[in-house]
Write a protein that binds this ligand. Sequence first.
Ligand code: ADP
Ligand code: MG
Length: 984
Amino acid sequence: MLTSFSLSQLLAISTLYLLALFGVAWISERGWIPRRIMRHPLTYTLSLGVYASAWAFYGTVGMAYQYGYGFLASYLGVSGAFLLAPVLLYPILRITHTYQLSSLADLFAFRFRSTAAGTLTTVFMLLGLLPLLALQIQSVADSISILTHEPLQERVALAFCGLITLFTMLFGARHVATREKHEGLVFAIAFESVVKLVALGGIGLYALYGVFDGPQDLQQWLLQNQSALTALHTPLQEGPWRTLLLVFFASAIVMPHMYHMAFTENLNPRAMVTASWGLPLLLLLFSLAVPLILWSCLKLGATTSPEYFTLGLGIAVESETLALLAYVGGLSAASGLIIVLTLALSGMVLNHIVLPLYQPPAEGNIYRWLKWTRRGLICAIILAGYGFYRLLKAEQDLSNLGIVAFVATLQFLPATLSVLYWPNANRRGFIAGLLAGMLVWAVSLLLPLLGNVQTLYVPVFSTVYVLDDTSWHLAAIASLAANVLIFTLVSLFTEASADEVSAAEACAVDNVRRPQRRELLAVSPQEFAAQLAKPLGAMTAQKEVERALRDLHLPFDERRPYALRRLRDRLEANLSGLMGPSVAQDLVENFLPYKSGSQAYVSEDIHFIETRLEDYHSRLTGLAAELDTLRRYHRQTLQELPMGVCSLATDQEIVMWNHAMEDLTEIPAQQVIGSRLDALPSPWRELLVCFVDLNIEHLHKQRLNLDGQARWLNLHKAAIEEPLAPGSNGLVLLIEDVTETQLLEDKLVHSERLASIGRLAAGVAHEIGNPITGIACLAQNLKEEREGDGEIEEASLQILEQTKRVSRIVQSLMSFAHAGTRTHNSEPVCLAEVAREAIGLLSLNKRSHDVQFFNLCHPDHWVSGDPQRLAQVLINLLSNARDASPDGGTIRVSSEQQGDSIELIVEDEGSGIPRAIMDRLFEPFFTTKDPGKGTGLGLALVYSIVEEHYGQISIDSPAFPDRQCGTRIRVTLPRHVEATSDEP
Ligand code: ADP
Ligand code: MG
């Protein structure tokens, strides 16, 4: 009569199904499925469908039978949680990602900075979820026995457990490090949701169109069977409904499998947005089928208990396909949940029970040890679920089992909300509240379940309280109330440690974390690795440090204290992903401690706040946004200030380094912000450290040699109070580059000196002129008087010769001296003409060696000035060039127009001028020539004449760098404007 399957058939189907599931996971892990699809929000949303476990697949029909529309609570509760995603789920996702917390226990251990919190959460989670695991096992065993008509549940259950253990290990514990995301798992669970949807949808559609004849027939039937409808309505007003809503709301976040899929395995944070409406939609589709299945089974008078109506429908209409569809759907729901739940729980047990008690020796391969321990735990947890199932002797309703589990997890809701919204909560409050809630739960729900007793004396209500199917919600409310009350009171009346407060701030929604600024004992990543090698082994430590550096995009030779602090935080987060936050915290605190001496100075990291504010920028609104704009404006002002600005914290850590500073020092801000002042490269370190230590506030004209060039700097400093560390003083340094001014001043001083020497020379020349004329006269007389006296005549000739020479010097001295004082006429001068004259004059001197002069001046180049004086300039420059040139050398005079000025260029191919004397060329009396050959006044005169003409002079030597010879002198003179039109 009825469709019947053999046991082996069903087991084969189950194995095949699980193999297919594993195949899907395997394929996606091999990367055969495009990343685009793997990270698609739809995949994520479907993977969250793990929520619909066997309990939802089978149990909700039973619930609809029992509670009427109350069954919708499971759908509405979780939808509520997901619709609140921006304020509820997204912040948790952020914390989970930032600190690599892979479970609720991790989250609590991190937030309350307490291993006990994590352990307690794990223990209770385990205890609370055993009924849920048992439920899945029971549902599979029951459905098999319904289909085979053989009461073989227990052995079937064991076989199923063995199978699923194997697959769970394959899914989740194949990888070396636990923090690796299981892309394959995500995809497999998403696939499973599709299977469930197809199964439930198919059965629902069959119910609508197969059992009933479409919606109209259903309407008809409902009218005839009013009781079926009223049964759905009546209990809505009562307590269980609201409690169910709350319970399912909480389960969306706190259930380990939901937490695991929603946060830990999240591949794409943005997918959360889609899931916030996608998951409710998916669950709506699931629940649409429920009343249809219920009514059709009522109509057909299905023989199974209402809980298995989904399966019963197929049996009632004797359709093998339908029954099998229901079986596979149920199997998929159960296995999906078991796999994810066990993975999540095994991670929790590993991190919070095993690792705090025993840590693997540093010599071994920690990754492998972790993998195998986790496998063992998976085995143990599934076995425990099986044990629990056996303990209950399969006599419980699915919905009862589910509710006990859901109420247990409800106890974690207050603490979860406090993580986000109540920074004052502390670990004592959490532990006390949790213990109280769990105690009430155990007494009022777990014990009755275990003892299989229906009546139990519960002192809380001080009356005889009968626990039955409808009053469980009182137990739920009582446990939650006790929990919240004690949690709040204890938190309010006890103090939290500084560590905990900082963790609380880190977790609170929209809080910018302000890490403390202390100095670490280890000063380089290498030291980090060396320290961590003690507990982790050298290989693992090195790997972890490298990984953290990579995550932060820091170089391997990083030494900035700020960066090292971030490295430490990152290491803690990464290790937390590997071994749980308690152990990670322990390791980091013990092996990467802060310097104890620096403890006194605890301030907050302004730079870090700044970076975080940048991230938050787009999310700020109202006053906060305006303040942020103001902050940016001020910051901009400082950054763009045309003066170097650098601010220091009390411990001389560089907090700001503006653009002018970057330009001046050629050190990018990126490289110095967060490091100590004494870590700056030379010569800046010496300069700034010295200035900071000085007791004066301004330092003028500090000379600094930068790449062989002298720079002059003015330094200023002022103390500023650090806004986030009252009582400690930072410093702001201002550095002004006054090199330009200094050079101008030097020039001024130089010409001033020249002028004063000129005046002196004039006076001396004048004074010497008269006696010399006297001596010349006397010598002349003597010569004439002693004509014929050879010796005396010879001597007087010598005297005359020497006095001539003295007069020549005096002459040039006079002309040099008068250069600065004489007013000269300004007229148009043709440079080509002047050059021709000068060359002509020089050529008269037959005594010196032969050189060739080339006059290449453009005849149209006119300047305004004094032709005589300009000729003097050229004569001096040309004679210098001739002196420097070898025999037969060439000397070119040329001119070039540059805007409003004309450049007169004298170029030779001679010896060139050594760099060392370049600075002194224009000094009067500076010469390299033999005594009697040069006076050293030539260039000095040129300089003062050019100056008189408002011109400039510059020297290039060597002019021909390839031959290392020659000199080029450029004299820039103002152009005569109408020159070309006036003159021929
Ligand atoms: P003097 O010619 O009397 O030595 P100057 O003031 O004219 O004095 O020149 C100063 C010095 O500059 C010279 O002694 C010479 O060493 C150097 N000097 C000037 N012009 C040239 C040049 N064209 N090539 C090489 N050295 C030069
Ligand atoms: Mg000269």
